[in-house]
Ligand binder design. Structure first.
Ligand code: CTP
Length: 412
Protein backbone atom coordinates (compact mmCIF):
# COMPACT_ATOMS: atom_id res chain seq x y z
CA UNK A 1 0.00 0.00 0.00
CA UNK A 2 1.34 3.43 -0.89
CA UNK A 3 2.00 6.13 1.68
CA UNK A 4 -0.88 8.15 0.15
CA UNK A 5 -3.35 5.28 0.54
CA UNK A 6 -2.30 4.68 4.14
CA UNK A 7 -2.89 8.31 4.96
CA UNK A 8 -6.27 8.28 3.28
CA UNK A 9 -7.36 5.14 5.11
CA UNK A 10 -6.34 6.52 8.50
CA UNK A 11 -8.11 9.85 8.08
CA UNK A 12 -10.60 10.34 10.89
CA UNK A 13 -14.22 10.89 9.83
CA UNK A 14 -14.07 13.94 12.13
CA UNK A 15 -11.21 15.59 10.25
CA UNK A 16 -12.29 18.99 8.94
CA UNK A 17 -15.78 18.76 10.47
CA UNK A 18 -17.24 21.57 12.60
CA UNK A 19 -19.13 21.03 15.85
CA UNK A 20 -21.23 23.53 17.73
CA UNK A 21 -21.11 22.25 21.31
CA UNK A 22 -23.72 23.56 23.72
CA UNK A 23 -22.61 22.93 27.29
CA UNK A 24 -25.56 22.68 29.68
CA UNK A 25 -25.61 23.13 33.42
CA UNK A 26 -24.73 19.79 34.96
CA UNK A 27 -21.91 18.52 37.12
CA UNK A 28 -20.78 16.40 34.14
CA UNK A 29 -19.98 19.59 32.18
CA UNK A 30 -16.34 19.04 33.14
CA UNK A 31 -16.25 16.01 30.79
CA UNK A 32 -16.76 18.42 27.88
CA UNK A 33 -13.26 19.81 28.40
CA UNK A 34 -11.79 16.39 27.62
CA UNK A 35 -14.33 15.95 24.82
CA UNK A 36 -13.17 19.18 23.14
CA UNK A 37 -9.53 18.09 23.43
CA UNK A 38 -10.25 14.65 21.95
CA UNK A 39 -12.32 16.05 19.08
CA UNK A 40 -9.68 18.62 18.19
CA UNK A 41 -7.03 15.90 18.17
CA UNK A 42 -9.12 14.23 15.46
CA UNK A 43 -9.14 17.39 13.38
CA UNK A 44 -12.53 18.78 14.37
CA UNK A 45 -13.26 22.47 14.92
CA UNK A 46 -15.27 22.96 18.10
CA UNK A 47 -17.17 26.14 18.81
CA UNK A 48 -18.90 26.38 22.18
CA UNK A 49 -22.01 28.02 23.55
CA UNK A 50 -21.83 27.91 27.33
CA UNK A 51 -25.19 28.26 29.06
CA UNK A 52 -25.44 30.40 32.18
CA UNK A 53 -25.81 27.30 34.38
CA UNK A 54 -23.05 25.52 32.46
CA UNK A 55 -20.77 28.41 33.45
CA UNK A 56 -21.34 27.44 37.10
CA UNK A 57 -19.37 24.25 36.39
CA UNK A 58 -16.74 25.15 33.77
CA UNK A 59 -15.24 28.50 32.85
CA UNK A 60 -15.14 30.20 29.44
CA UNK A 61 -11.37 30.54 29.87
CA UNK A 62 -10.74 26.80 30.20
CA UNK A 63 -13.03 26.10 27.24
CA UNK A 64 -11.46 28.65 24.93
CA UNK A 65 -7.96 27.47 25.90
CA UNK A 66 -8.89 23.98 24.71
CA UNK A 67 -11.08 24.88 21.75
CA UNK A 68 -8.88 27.72 20.50
CA UNK A 69 -12.10 29.63 19.77
CA UNK A 70 -14.11 32.36 21.41
CA UNK A 71 -16.80 31.02 23.77
CA UNK A 72 -20.35 32.35 23.27
CA UNK A 73 -22.46 32.90 26.35
CA UNK A 74 -24.99 35.70 26.11
CA UNK A 75 -27.82 36.19 23.62
CA UNK A 76 -27.80 39.98 23.94
CA UNK A 77 -24.07 40.59 23.86
CA UNK A 78 -23.49 43.42 21.39
CA UNK A 79 -19.96 42.31 20.56
CA UNK A 80 -21.04 38.71 19.99
CA UNK A 81 -23.89 39.75 17.73
CA UNK A 82 -21.58 42.07 15.80
CA UNK A 83 -18.94 39.36 15.44
CA UNK A 84 -21.26 36.44 14.81
CA UNK A 85 -25.03 36.41 15.22
CA UNK A 86 -26.79 33.44 16.76
CA UNK A 87 -28.18 32.44 13.37
CA UNK A 88 -24.74 32.21 11.79
CA UNK A 89 -23.36 30.49 14.86
CA UNK A 90 -26.06 27.83 14.64
CA UNK A 91 -25.49 27.18 10.96
CA UNK A 92 -21.73 27.35 10.60
CA UNK A 93 -21.46 23.81 11.95
CA UNK A 94 -21.90 20.33 10.55
CA UNK A 95 -23.45 19.08 13.79
CA UNK A 96 -24.83 20.60 16.98
CA UNK A 97 -24.24 18.63 20.20
CA UNK A 98 -25.85 19.43 23.54
CA UNK A 99 -23.81 17.92 26.39
CA UNK A 100 -24.71 17.58 29.15
CA UNK A 101 -28.37 17.89 28.10
CA UNK A 102 -30.19 18.53 31.38
CA UNK A 103 -33.86 17.69 31.98
CA UNK A 104 -34.60 21.40 31.73
CA UNK A 105 -32.77 21.75 28.42
CA UNK A 106 -34.55 18.71 26.98
CA UNK A 107 -37.91 20.14 28.06
CA UNK A 108 -37.13 23.49 26.43
CA UNK A 109 -35.98 21.81 23.23
CA UNK A 110 -39.07 19.60 23.09
CA UNK A 111 -41.30 22.64 23.58
CA UNK A 112 -39.34 24.79 21.12
CA UNK A 113 -38.51 27.55 23.61
CA UNK A 114 -35.92 30.15 22.66
CA UNK A 115 -35.14 32.08 25.83
CA UNK A 116 -31.34 32.22 25.69
CA UNK A 117 -28.51 31.91 23.20
CA UNK A 118 -28.34 28.10 23.40
CA UNK A 119 -32.05 27.46 22.89
CA UNK A 120 -32.27 30.18 20.24
CA UNK A 121 -29.40 28.62 18.30
CA UNK A 122 -31.09 25.20 18.62
CA UNK A 123 -34.29 26.59 17.17
CA UNK A 124 -32.51 28.52 14.43
CA UNK A 125 -30.22 25.76 13.25
CA UNK A 126 -30.75 23.89 10.02
CA UNK A 127 -28.10 21.33 11.00
CA UNK A 128 -28.51 17.92 12.67
CA UNK A 129 -28.74 17.98 16.46
CA UNK A 130 -27.47 15.38 18.93
CA UNK A 131 -27.96 15.35 22.70
CA UNK A 132 -26.12 13.56 25.50
CA UNK A 133 -28.56 13.63 28.44
CA UNK A 134 -27.35 13.74 32.03
CA UNK A 135 -29.49 14.00 35.14
CA UNK A 136 -30.62 12.25 38.30
CA UNK A 137 -32.17 8.86 37.50
CA UNK A 138 -35.60 9.82 38.88
CA UNK A 139 -35.61 12.86 36.60
CA UNK A 140 -34.58 10.67 33.64
CA UNK A 141 -37.35 8.19 34.37
CA UNK A 142 -40.01 10.85 35.02
CA UNK A 143 -42.97 10.69 32.65
CA UNK A 144 -42.24 14.25 31.51
CA UNK A 145 -38.66 13.39 30.53
CA UNK A 146 -39.88 10.23 28.73
CA UNK A 147 -42.34 12.39 26.78
CA UNK A 148 -39.70 14.98 25.96
CA UNK A 149 -37.24 12.32 24.83
CA UNK A 150 -39.88 10.78 22.58
CA UNK A 151 -40.70 14.21 21.12
CA UNK A 152 -37.03 14.95 20.47
CA UNK A 153 -36.60 11.57 18.75
CA UNK A 154 -39.63 12.32 16.58
CA UNK A 155 -38.08 15.69 15.75
CA UNK A 156 -35.02 13.84 14.44
CA UNK A 157 -32.68 14.61 17.33
CA UNK A 158 -29.94 11.96 17.75
CA UNK A 159 -29.56 10.60 21.26
CA UNK A 160 -26.38 9.47 23.01
CA UNK A 161 -27.96 7.49 25.85
CA UNK A 162 -26.83 8.15 29.41
CA UNK A 163 -24.91 5.45 31.28
CA UNK A 164 -25.95 3.76 34.52
CA UNK A 165 -24.06 3.55 37.77
CA UNK A 166 -23.28 5.86 40.66
CA UNK A 167 -24.48 9.39 40.00
CA UNK A 168 -22.96 12.63 41.23
CA UNK A 169 -25.85 13.02 43.68
CA UNK A 170 -24.80 9.75 45.36
CA UNK A 171 -27.74 7.74 44.04
CA UNK A 172 -27.47 4.74 41.72
CA UNK A 173 -29.30 4.55 38.40
CA UNK A 174 -29.40 5.72 34.82
CA UNK A 175 -28.51 9.32 34.10
CA UNK A 176 -24.73 9.62 34.03
CA UNK A 177 -23.38 11.52 31.02
CA UNK A 178 -21.95 9.06 28.47
CA UNK A 179 -18.18 8.59 28.69
CA UNK A 180 -16.07 10.85 26.49
CA UNK A 181 -14.98 7.98 24.22
CA UNK A 182 -18.63 7.00 23.71
CA UNK A 183 -19.48 10.58 22.71
CA UNK A 184 -16.50 10.72 20.32
CA UNK A 185 -17.57 7.34 18.89
CA UNK A 186 -21.17 8.49 18.42
CA UNK A 187 -20.04 11.66 16.62
CA UNK A 188 -17.62 9.70 14.38
CA UNK A 189 -20.38 7.21 13.62
CA UNK A 190 -22.74 10.04 12.76
CA UNK A 191 -20.36 11.32 10.10
CA UNK A 192 -19.41 7.94 8.68
CA UNK A 193 -22.04 5.29 9.39
CA UNK A 194 -21.82 3.28 6.20
CA UNK A 195 -18.71 1.25 5.74
CA UNK A 196 -17.88 1.45 9.44
CA UNK A 197 -17.65 -2.35 9.56
CA UNK A 198 -16.51 -3.00 6.00
CA UNK A 199 -13.73 -5.46 6.77
CA UNK A 200 -15.56 -7.29 9.59
CA UNK A 201 -17.10 -10.75 9.44
CA UNK A 202 -20.02 -11.05 11.85
CA UNK A 203 -21.76 -14.26 12.80
CA UNK A 204 -25.33 -14.10 14.12
CA UNK A 205 -27.58 -16.88 15.41
CA UNK A 206 -31.31 -16.18 15.31
CA UNK A 207 -34.72 -17.77 15.68
CA UNK A 208 -35.64 -20.91 17.62
CA UNK A 209 -34.23 -24.41 17.26
CA UNK A 210 -36.47 -27.40 16.68
CA UNK A 211 -35.54 -30.59 18.49
CA UNK A 212 -37.19 -33.64 16.95
CA UNK A 213 -39.28 -36.03 19.05
CA UNK A 214 -40.12 -38.17 16.04
CA UNK A 215 -40.37 -37.42 12.28
CA UNK A 216 -43.55 -35.38 12.91
CA UNK A 217 -43.22 -33.72 16.32
CA UNK A 218 -40.65 -31.38 17.85
CA UNK A 219 -39.86 -29.25 20.94
CA UNK A 220 -38.97 -25.60 20.48
CA UNK A 221 -38.65 -22.21 22.18
CA UNK A 222 -40.86 -19.28 21.31
CA UNK A 223 -38.92 -17.00 18.97
CA UNK A 224 -39.86 -15.18 15.79
CA UNK A 225 -36.26 -14.40 14.79
CA UNK A 226 -37.23 -10.74 14.26
CA UNK A 227 -34.59 -9.26 16.58
CA UNK A 228 -31.75 -11.38 15.17
CA UNK A 229 -32.73 -10.66 11.56
CA UNK A 230 -32.97 -6.92 12.30
CA UNK A 231 -29.45 -6.99 13.80
CA UNK A 232 -28.15 -8.85 10.75
CA UNK A 233 -29.67 -6.21 8.43
CA UNK A 234 -28.35 -3.30 10.52
CA UNK A 235 -24.81 -4.72 10.48
CA UNK A 236 -24.93 -5.42 6.75
CA UNK A 237 -26.01 -1.79 6.26
CA UNK A 238 -22.75 -0.77 7.95
CA UNK A 239 -20.79 -2.81 5.45
CA UNK A 240 -20.14 -5.94 7.54
CA UNK A 241 -19.96 -9.37 5.92
CA UNK A 242 -22.77 -11.08 7.83
CA UNK A 243 -23.42 -14.80 8.22
CA UNK A 244 -26.89 -15.32 9.67
CA UNK A 245 -27.44 -18.81 11.03
CA UNK A 246 -31.14 -19.14 11.51
CA UNK A 247 -33.45 -21.68 13.05
CA UNK A 248 -36.90 -22.11 11.42
CA UNK A 249 -38.77 -18.76 11.10
CA UNK A 250 -41.41 -17.23 8.86
CA UNK A 251 -39.07 -14.42 7.83
CA UNK A 252 -37.57 -13.95 4.38
CA UNK A 253 -33.79 -14.25 4.19
CA UNK A 254 -32.46 -10.66 4.26
CA UNK A 255 -30.85 -9.44 1.04
CA UNK A 256 -27.14 -8.76 0.90
CA UNK A 257 -25.96 -11.31 3.44
CA UNK A 258 -25.52 -15.04 3.76
CA UNK A 259 -28.32 -16.89 5.55
CA UNK A 260 -27.74 -20.51 6.57
CA UNK A 261 -30.94 -22.28 7.61
CA UNK A 262 -30.64 -24.90 10.36
CA UNK A 263 -33.12 -26.80 12.48
CA UNK A 264 -31.59 -28.19 15.67
CA UNK A 265 -29.10 -26.80 18.19
CA UNK A 266 -26.53 -29.34 17.02
CA UNK A 267 -26.89 -28.11 13.43
CA UNK A 268 -26.70 -24.49 14.59
CA UNK A 269 -23.46 -25.18 16.45
CA UNK A 270 -21.94 -26.99 13.47
CA UNK A 271 -22.89 -24.13 11.13
CA UNK A 272 -21.35 -21.57 13.53
CA UNK A 273 -18.09 -23.48 13.81
CA UNK A 274 -18.02 -23.88 10.06
CA UNK A 275 -18.45 -20.12 9.58
CA UNK A 276 -15.48 -19.25 11.81
CA UNK A 277 -13.23 -17.28 11.86
CA UNK A 278 -15.36 -14.23 12.59
CA UNK A 279 -14.56 -10.89 14.18
CA UNK A 280 -17.83 -10.73 16.08
CA UNK A 281 -20.36 -13.38 17.12
CA UNK A 282 -23.83 -12.42 18.32
CA UNK A 283 -26.00 -15.20 19.73
CA UNK A 284 -29.59 -14.03 19.52
CA UNK A 285 -31.14 -17.47 18.94
CA UNK A 286 -33.52 -18.95 21.48
CA UNK A 287 -31.77 -22.30 21.48
CA UNK A 288 -33.76 -25.18 22.98
CA UNK A 289 -32.01 -26.19 26.18
CA UNK A 290 -32.75 -29.89 25.74
CA UNK A 291 -33.20 -32.40 22.95
CA UNK A 292 -34.78 -35.84 22.94
CA UNK A 293 -32.00 -38.40 23.09
CA UNK A 294 -34.30 -41.30 22.19
CA UNK A 295 -35.82 -39.55 19.14
CA UNK A 296 -38.05 -42.11 17.40
CA UNK A 297 -37.37 -43.11 13.79
CA UNK A 298 -41.12 -43.53 13.10
CA UNK A 299 -44.11 -41.51 14.27
CA UNK A 300 -44.87 -42.46 17.89
CA UNK A 301 -48.41 -43.82 18.04
CA UNK A 302 -50.76 -43.03 20.92
CA UNK A 303 -51.34 -46.08 23.10
CA UNK A 304 -54.57 -45.74 25.08
CA UNK A 305 -53.29 -43.07 27.48
CA UNK A 306 -49.82 -44.55 28.05
CA UNK A 307 -47.34 -41.68 27.74
CA UNK A 308 -44.18 -42.02 25.68
CA UNK A 309 -40.98 -42.13 27.76
CA UNK A 310 -39.05 -39.21 26.29
CA UNK A 311 -35.48 -38.95 27.51
CA UNK A 312 -33.98 -35.48 27.44
CA UNK A 313 -30.36 -34.53 27.21
CA UNK A 314 -28.85 -31.04 27.39
CA UNK A 315 -27.99 -29.24 24.17
CA UNK A 316 -24.55 -27.71 23.60
CA UNK A 317 -24.32 -24.09 24.70
CA UNK A 318 -23.31 -22.36 21.46
CA UNK A 319 -22.58 -18.99 23.09
CA UNK A 320 -20.33 -20.59 25.70
CA UNK A 321 -18.53 -22.73 23.13
CA UNK A 322 -17.81 -19.68 20.92
CA UNK A 323 -16.74 -17.59 23.93
CA UNK A 324 -14.28 -20.20 25.14
CA UNK A 325 -12.91 -21.32 21.76
CA UNK A 326 -9.14 -21.43 22.25
CA UNK A 327 -8.27 -21.14 18.56
CA UNK A 328 -11.01 -19.17 16.85
CA UNK A 329 -12.67 -17.04 19.53
CA UNK A 330 -14.18 -13.97 17.84
CA UNK A 331 -12.74 -10.73 19.19
CA UNK A 332 -16.17 -9.62 20.42
CA UNK A 333 -18.77 -12.16 21.57
CA UNK A 334 -22.24 -10.88 22.41
CA UNK A 335 -25.01 -12.89 24.06
CA UNK A 336 -28.66 -12.19 24.72
CA UNK A 337 -30.36 -13.00 27.99
CA UNK A 338 -34.07 -13.69 27.86
CA UNK A 339 -35.33 -13.18 31.41
CA UNK A 340 -38.69 -12.94 33.12
CA UNK A 341 -37.43 -11.73 36.54
CA UNK A 342 -34.29 -10.18 38.13
CA UNK A 343 -33.37 -9.16 34.60
CA UNK A 344 -30.11 -7.31 35.28
CA UNK A 345 -28.72 -9.72 37.88
CA UNK A 346 -29.53 -12.85 35.87
CA UNK A 347 -28.11 -11.35 32.69
CA UNK A 348 -24.83 -10.35 34.32
CA UNK A 349 -24.53 -13.80 35.91
CA UNK A 350 -25.08 -15.33 32.44
CA UNK A 351 -22.40 -13.10 30.90
CA UNK A 352 -19.86 -14.25 33.46
CA UNK A 353 -20.89 -17.90 33.29
CA UNK A 354 -20.75 -18.08 29.52
CA UNK A 355 -17.66 -15.89 29.10
CA UNK A 356 -19.07 -13.48 26.51
CA UNK A 357 -17.96 -9.83 26.41
CA UNK A 358 -21.31 -8.06 26.16
CA UNK A 359 -24.79 -9.23 27.01
CA UNK A 360 -28.10 -7.74 25.97
CA UNK A 361 -30.72 -8.41 28.62
CA UNK A 362 -34.33 -8.42 27.56
CA UNK A 363 -37.45 -8.75 29.61
CA UNK A 364 -39.54 -11.45 27.96
CA UNK A 365 -42.28 -11.45 30.59
CA UNK A 366 -45.64 -10.09 29.52
CA UNK A 367 -46.25 -8.01 32.65
CA UNK A 368 -45.74 -4.66 30.85
CA UNK A 369 -47.78 -5.36 27.75
CA UNK A 370 -47.45 -7.55 24.68
CA UNK A 371 -44.73 -10.19 24.61
CA UNK A 372 -41.29 -9.38 23.24
CA UNK A 373 -41.25 -12.85 21.72
CA UNK A 374 -42.94 -12.56 18.36
CA UNK A 375 -43.67 -8.83 18.82
CA UNK A 376 -42.05 -5.87 17.08
CA UNK A 377 -40.86 -4.03 20.18
CA UNK A 378 -38.19 -4.73 22.74
CA UNK A 379 -36.70 -3.13 25.85
CA UNK A 380 -33.14 -4.03 26.65
CA UNK A 381 -30.23 -3.34 28.94
CA UNK A 382 -26.77 -3.54 27.37
CA UNK A 383 -23.95 -4.70 29.62
CA UNK A 384 -20.44 -4.19 28.29
CA UNK A 385 -18.42 -5.78 31.06
CA UNK A 386 -19.66 -3.95 34.16
CA UNK A 387 -20.79 -0.93 32.17
CA UNK A 388 -24.60 -0.80 32.05
CA UNK A 389 -26.88 1.08 29.63
CA UNK A 390 -30.67 0.94 29.92
CA UNK A 391 -32.13 1.66 26.52
CA UNK A 392 -35.61 3.11 26.15
CA UNK A 393 -38.17 0.68 24.71
CA UNK A 394 -38.12 0.74 20.94
CA UNK A 395 -38.89 -1.07 17.71
CA UNK A 396 -36.64 -4.09 17.18
CA UNK A 397 -35.15 -2.33 14.12
CA UNK A 398 -34.17 0.60 16.34
CA UNK A 399 -32.61 -1.68 18.99
CA UNK A 400 -30.73 -3.43 16.16
CA UNK A 401 -29.40 -0.14 14.78
CA UNK A 402 -28.26 0.96 18.24
CA UNK A 403 -26.41 -2.32 18.80
CA UNK A 404 -24.81 -2.11 15.35
CA UNK A 405 -23.69 1.42 16.19
CA UNK A 406 -22.12 0.23 19.47
CA UNK A 407 -20.21 -2.44 17.55
CA UNK A 408 -19.04 0.16 15.01
CA UNK A 409 -17.92 2.38 17.90
CA UNK A 410 -16.05 -0.57 19.43
CA UNK A 411 -13.99 -0.76 16.24
CA UNK A 412 -13.69 3.04 15.88
N1 CTP B 1 -27.53 -19.93 24.05
C1 CTP B 1 -26.79 -20.71 23.19
N2 CTP B 1 -26.92 -22.07 23.22
C2 CTP B 1 -27.73 -22.65 24.12
C3 CTP B 1 -28.49 -21.85 25.01
C4 CTP B 1 -28.37 -20.48 24.94
O1 CTP B 1 -26.05 -20.16 22.35
N3 CTP B 1 -27.83 -23.96 24.14
C5 CTP B 1 -27.33 -18.46 24.02
C6 CTP B 1 -28.53 -17.68 23.53
O2 CTP B 1 -28.47 -17.49 22.13
C7 CTP B 1 -28.32 -16.37 24.29
C8 CTP B 1 -27.71 -16.79 25.60
O3 CTP B 1 -27.11 -18.05 25.35
O4 CTP B 1 -27.37 -15.53 23.66
C9 CTP B 1 -28.66 -16.92 26.76
O5 CTP B 1 -29.77 -17.69 26.39
P1 CTP B 1 -30.99 -17.85 27.38
O6 CTP B 1 -32.03 -18.69 26.72
O7 CTP B 1 -31.39 -16.51 27.93
O8 CTP B 1 -30.35 -18.61 28.61
P2 CTP B 1 -29.97 -20.08 28.85
O9 CTP B 1 -28.52 -20.25 28.66
O10 CTP B 1 -30.83 -20.99 28.02
O11 CTP B 1 -30.27 -20.24 30.41
P3 CTP B 1 -31.69 -20.32 31.17
O12 CTP B 1 -32.60 -21.08 30.23
O13 CTP B 1 -31.35 -21.04 32.40
O14 CTP B 1 -32.13 -18.91 31.40
Amino acid sequence: MTQKNTTLKNKSPLDGKRLLLIIGGGIAAYKCLDLIRRLREKGMTVRVILTRSGAEFVTPLSISSLSGEKVYTDLFSLTDEAEMGHIRLSREADLVLVAPATANMMAKMAAGLADNLATTALLATDKPVMIAPSMNSRMWEHAASRRNLQQLKEDGVHIIPPASGELACGEEGTGRLAEVEDMVGAIAFFFEPSGALTDKHILITAGPTYEAIDPVRYMANRSSGKQGYAIARALADLGAKVTLISGPTNLAAPAGLQTIPVESAAEMLAACQNALPADVAICVAAVADWRVSNCAGQKIKKQDGALPALQLTENPDILKILSTDKVNRPELVIGFAAETENIAENAQAKRTKKGCDWIVANDVSTKDGPSVMGGDYNKVILFRGKDREDWPAGHKDEIAKNLAQKIAEFYA
